[in-house]
Design a protein around this ligand. Structure first.
Ligand code: SAM
Length: 249
């Protein structure tokens, strides 16, 4: 039960089951509730998210974060390394770390104040399998401790799709998957992405569309598989992936 009745998170077990064929355990539900409360507390000092109404939070942060990893939701025994690039207030990385306690989830953001909040959040929940890191994806993606080390890279709302690919692919092991969360999706974006992926040594293996269960918004999710090691020139220097996105002719 929440200490703040106005922040009581709905359970909606049936809705989880109908839409993702999965539902949280009581422990995970309690962690989701604690995540909402702590985020609202931290939000008083640092702007982490505008989405704090419990139903909105359920759909736009919890449900949306988890539908992207649906192929892994029913395989909890796998022990994977994941990175959430441009995690902001911890999405999709925190819900993913909660439902996959055996994964190691790096939460990367370039804004120091947000990362300090995420450190407090991970200590407070606690969320011992999530590791906040402050850096630019362009810099950390060159660091040998992080480059080529992840099975899964998650990226939501961090610029044009080919910039997301350029940030994410270098972090992956060959055979790893980048999960790119998008709202609308177009043929033009797909053509740009395909050209970018050729340069990055990656392939689009899955493109799914879904309508969100509460507000009926359109969402898309792309899975990009790394098929060969990334040329050392990627990611390019800070700023270039968004100023001059790959694949634009
Ligand atoms: N992923 C979160 C979500 O969907 O709620 C936050 C999205 S927010 C719009 C974009 C975040 O990406 C910001 O917190 C920003 O600091 C971070 N960011 C932008 N460019 C980045 C980069 N090159 N490296 C690391 N973080 C970056």
């Amino acid at each position: 039960m929440s200490d703040s009745p106005n922040l009581l998170l709905p359970e909606w077990t049936d809705l989880w089951q109908q839409t993702l064929n999965w539902s949280p355990t009581p422990t995970q539900q309690a962690q989701f509730q604690a995540l909402l409360i702590q985020l609202c507390e931290l939000n008083k000092s640092v702007n982490l998210t505008r989405i704090t109404d419990p139903e909105d939070f359920w759909e736009k942060h919890l449900w949306d974060s988890l539908w992207g990893i649906q192929p892994w939701l029913n395989h909890p025994s796998e022990d994977l390394r994941a990175i959430d690039i441009g995690t902001g207030g911890g999405f999709p990385g925190c819900p993913v770390a909660i439902v996959q306690p055996q994964w190691q989830v790096t939460l990367l953001d370039s804004t120091r104040k947000k990362v300090a909040c995420l450190e407090a959040l991970c200590q407070g929940l606690p969320l011992s399998n999530a590791y906040p890191v402050c850096d630019r994806a362009e810099e950390l993606g060159k660091n040998p401790r992080y480059r080529g080390k992840f099975d899964v890279a998650l990226i939501r709302a961090v610029g044009p799709v080919s910039s997301c690919a350029e940030y994410a692919i270098p972090f992956l092991k060959v055979g790893g998957t980048a999960v790119v969360y998008r709202g609308q999706w177009s043929i033009e974006e797909e053509q740009i992405l395909q050209r970018a992926l050729t340069q990055l040594g990656s392939e689009l293996t899955d493109l799914r569309a879904i309508t969100t269960p509460l507000t009926q918004s359109q969402r898309h999710c792309l899975h990009l598989k790394k098929v060969q090691s990334t040329p050392s020139k990627f990611p390019r220097k800070v700023g270039l992936p968004t100023q001059q996105p790959l694949g634009i002719e």
